[in-house]
Design a protein around this ligand. Structure first.
Ligand SMILES: Cc1cc2nc3c(=O)[nH]c(=O)nc-3n(C[C@H](O)[C@H](O)[C@H](O)COP(=O)(O)OP(=O)(O)OC[C@H]3O[C@@H](n4cnc5c(N)ncnc54)[C@H](O)[C@@H]3O)c2cc1C
Ligand code: SF4
Length: 333
């Protein structure tokens, strides 16, 4: 591994000022924050990430989970995934988030991994992680071998001719269904970014994965007040029962009055180039009786624009069944 400097800032302002010296976008910059290290240090060992300086943010006071005056929840950037999953308010009011977090990685990793780090974890595309191979995301303009190569795990929604990599996060899928907001402190100002606007589609610039700018520090994430009486579920389908990334997953938050669905928030994982909120599925459900036939119609709507590659057409039906079943799980509790 190459040499790098390790810095422990005294406060958030010092951390942001230090990171703002990086002259490129957040990912691939020379100066990087490190939280749990479970993504960044992995990629440094592979020489995929080669920062010159690491700023350790673990001593910043960003590790609290707090109720907000409006009834929502404030989650600090360095709150560990395990602590968030087992927090009583999250288990009670945001069960889809607890379930998604517990479906991710392993107990050891969840004890280290943080909220902000999870938001910024990078794709598991094998070519991205192998510096002997070309990859537009790692080295813009070199090509995308996945399109003609190994793409079984990769995306069917939101792809481009330049990159078809899947966003691998479970947590982000639940946060998309919960309509989380990401709060950032930058060198000039503080910003609040709805999660739907936070991750970018690959388009012509797959190396740029989020709207973060140089120096931006994620300070916390907020969740809106829980929806009274909402039914929630997260279902993850994968090649083995644990310690594996999703082939397809679904996060659902629905409200039912009488027989009918009155509100639906639906997001998919394992199939999109970003955590994939599906307004199409939501529109197909609202106003309809909550039954299997309508759940299937919503799933059809969610996958209507799917574009499979040579090895992953199976994901279309898998994702449809995943969403249909997660809706059944939500209503049967
Ligand atoms: C073997 C393995 C299996 C896994 N399985 C799953 C899985 O099934 N599901 C799943 O969802 N995830 C899985 N993960 C990924 C894991 O969830 C992430 O690695 C973890 O959430 C990253 O958090 P971290 O705190 O360790 O991030 P770090 O590695 O510390 O940082 C990751 C990125 O975020 C940046 N960063 C960190 N904090 C901030 C901040 N406050 N502001 C701005 N930038 C910041 C860093 O600079 C870096 O770019 C797995 C990981 C491994 C190694
Ligand atoms: S899918 Fe994206 S990450 Fe994978 S090889 Fe192609 S450009 Fe790289």
């Amino acid at each position: 591994m190459h040499a790098f400097a390790f810095i422990r800032p005294a406060d958030a302002a010092a951390a942001v000022a230090g990171a703002a010296q990086g002259n490129t976008a957040q990912q691939g910059a020379e100066v990087r924050f490190v939280a749990g290290g479970t993504t960044l240090l992995d990629l440094m060992k592979l020489n995929v990430e080669t920062p010159a300086r690491l700023i350790d943010i673990n001593r910043l006071p960003l590790d609290k989970i707090e109720a907000m005056p409006d009834g929502g929840l404030k989650i600090g950037a360095t709150v560990r995934n395990a602590d968030l999953a087992h927090h009583p308010t999250v288990e009670r009011d945001y069960a889809v988030l607890s379930q998604a977090l517990l479906a991710g990685a392993s107990a050891q990793l969840r004890n280290m991994a943080t909220t902000a780090g999870n938001l910024l974890q990078r794709t598991r595309c094998m070519y991205f992680r192998d510096t002997a191979m070309p990859c537009n995301k790692r080295e813009p303009g070199t090509g995308c071998p996945a399109i003609t190569g190994s793409n079984r795990m990769l995306a069917i929604l939101g792809t481009s001719a330049h990159c078809i990599a899947t966003n691998p996060s479970d947590m982000c899928v639940a946060m998309a269904a919960l309509e989380a907001t990401i709060h950032v402190q930058g060198p000039k100002d503080a910003r609040a970014i709805p999660i739907g606007d936070f991750h970018l589609l690959p388009g012509n610039t797959p190396q740029r994965e989020t709207v973060l700018e140089p120096g931006d520090l994620i300070t916390h994430v907020t969740l809106p007040p829980p929806i009274t009486g909402s039914k929630q579920a997260y279902l993850k389908l994968r090649d083995r029962a644990s310690y594996e990334f999703a082939l397809a997953s679904a996060a659902v938050v629905i409200t039912i009055a009488g027989q009918n669905v009155t509100r639906a928030r639906i997001a998919l994982g394992g199939v999109g180039t970003k955590p994939w909120r599906s307004p199409e599925a939501e529109a197909a459900l609202v106003g309809q009786p909550a039954n299997g036939a309508n759940f299937r119609k919503a799933a059809d709507a969610a996958l209507r624009n799917a574009k499979p590659q040579s090895q992953n057409a199976f994901k279309i039906e898998l994702a449809r069944r995943c969403l249909t079943h997660s809706l059944q799980m939500a209503i049967t509790g």
